[in-house]
Write a protein that binds this ligand. Structure first.
Ligand code: V47
Ligand code: SF4
Length: 398
């Protein structure tokens, strides 16, 4: 009987030996210097990021990203119990990548919920263990600031402890412009009504060369960033996203992340970063091929490496697929969003992996454990609510 190798002892992350994993590889000196900087926890520049992104082998990016992830969170993998409310898919904007929005022509697959229907949709989920509602949808001229203020007040009245994460900066910019109020006033009004935090959507790619090609008519980078900065100053945390894998380059991704990193240095208000993989079905960019899985892994690993001041990195599993999400846990990801039920349509219409995204808590915990990580149910601000048993590897591999 041979002695079982102790992975704790020989490769344990944090004891310095993990570095040996990439030091054994032959790397150009310049790449090695940047990798060492990352390993030591130092911030890298956009130029250094570009070098790693384009030159470092995937295994090196994975080792670095996992090292940073485990230094912060060990094996913990967070999820929460949330549901989505999508008020409408009618939208005044014309994003080329969007498979979900309908304009204002008659369409069988368009919907517009009334305030009563929305309240009903929320309240029918009461007492089922949910802690958060995520409200996001198309931008509809009739769904004004006053309309949503009223809706949020009603939700708050009937479900005081629910965390309300509502409205992308794109929805807010339009709502505030129509109501002729400043970002500060509009956000204060929504906060007073009961909005707790902002989701990260609408960021896409900030660089104007790309933004003008894929979503020219909605809030631009400056407006998106200003709304989040104002929210942070009012005590409302938020998330941030990046739509990757279409016509942008590595440079555009790093430029995007650099703007987020600078804002985070000023406010500290971002909880998590969510890379969203472009899906090409049923939209005007269908001719653009989707990137392979290796590019997904590189993108998430680089996000963990570059965004040294945003604590959490989320893989939104309904979009990326549950099996790839498991893989991403070893490439910097520490958050798998939540136990979403079957009501979200934004992604299924774009060709997401999961046509009917639904996972019970037990299934999500099993998914995380199988991948060798420790499931932790969190609240919306990453407070730990419940830890699950240590990871159990499938018997066949024990
Ligand atoms: O901004 C639209 C993306 C976003 C496609 O904050 C597409 O916790 C891929 O941001 N292929 C909205 N992506 C959703 C969003 C989000 C999702 C989950 C959690 C959180 C959070 C935020 O969806 C849009 C856009 O980037 N999107 N169409 C598409 N074809
Ligand atoms: Fe409208 Fe959002 Fe779709 Fe753009 S991505 S068209 S803003 S729903």
């Amino acid at each position: 009987m041979g002695v079982k190798p102790s992975f704790e002892g020989s490769y344990g992350i944090g004891n310095g030996n993990g570095r040996a994993l990439y030091q054994m590889l032959s790397l150009p000196d310049a790449v090695r210097r940047v990798a060492d900087k990352v390993w030591e926890g130092k911030r890298i520049t956009v130029e250094e990021g570009l070098l790693l992104y384009s030159e470092a082998p995937l295994a090196v990016l994975g080792t670095l990203a996992n090292h940073l992830r485990e230094k912060r969170f060990g094996k913990k993998t967070f999820f929460n119990r949330n549901f989505h409310l999508e008020p409408t898919n009618r939208c005044v904007f014309d994003c080329k990548f969007c498979s979900y929005a309908r304009n204002f022509q008659p369409a069988e697959d368009a919907w517009e919920l009334t305030a009563e229907q929305m309240l009903h949709e929320v309240l029918r989920r009461k007492d089922q263990g949910f802690t958060e509602v995520h409200i996001v949808g198309g931008v509809h001229p009739k769904m004004s600031l006053a309309f949503f203020e009223e809706l949020i007040k009603n939700i708050r009245l009937h479900w005081p402890e629910l965390h309300i994460k509502a409205f992308t900066a794109v929805e807010l910019e339009y709502m505030f412009r129509k109501a002729r109020v400043s970002e500060d006033e509009g956000l204060r009004r929504l906060q007073a009504a009961g909005v707790n935090s902002l989701p990260g959507g609408g960021a896409e790619i900030f660089h104007p060369d790309i933004r003008n090609q894929i979503c020219a008519d909605k809030a631009d980078a400056v407006q998106w960033l200003q709304i989040h900065e104002t929210a942070h100053r009012l005590g409302m945390p938020s998330n941030c996203t990046m739509l990757y894998g279409h016509v942008e380059t590595y440079y555009h991704r790093l430029h995007h992340m650099e703007l987020l990193r600078q804002l985070q240095d000023r406010t500290g208000g971002f909880n998590c970063f969510i890379p969203l993989k472009f899906r090409n079905q049923n939209n005007e960019m269908s001719a653009v091929a989707e990137v392979p899985v290796t590019e997904d892994l590189r993108c998430y690993a680089m996000a963990r490496i570059f965004l040294d001041n945003i604590p959490h990195l989320k893989a939104y599993w309904p979009m990326i697929g549950r099996h790839k999400a498991q893989l991403l846990l070893s490439f910097g990801v520490d958050d798998l969003d939540g136990t979403i039920d079957d009501t979200t349509r934004i992604y299924s219409m774009a060709g997401a992996e999961e046509q009917h995204p639904a996972l019970s808590t037990d299934e999500l915990v099993a998914l995380i454990s199988e991948a060798g990580f420790e499931a932790v149910e969190r609240d919306s601000l990453y407070g730990e609510l419940r830890r699950f048993a240590a990871p159990v590897r499938p018997k066949a591999y024990a």
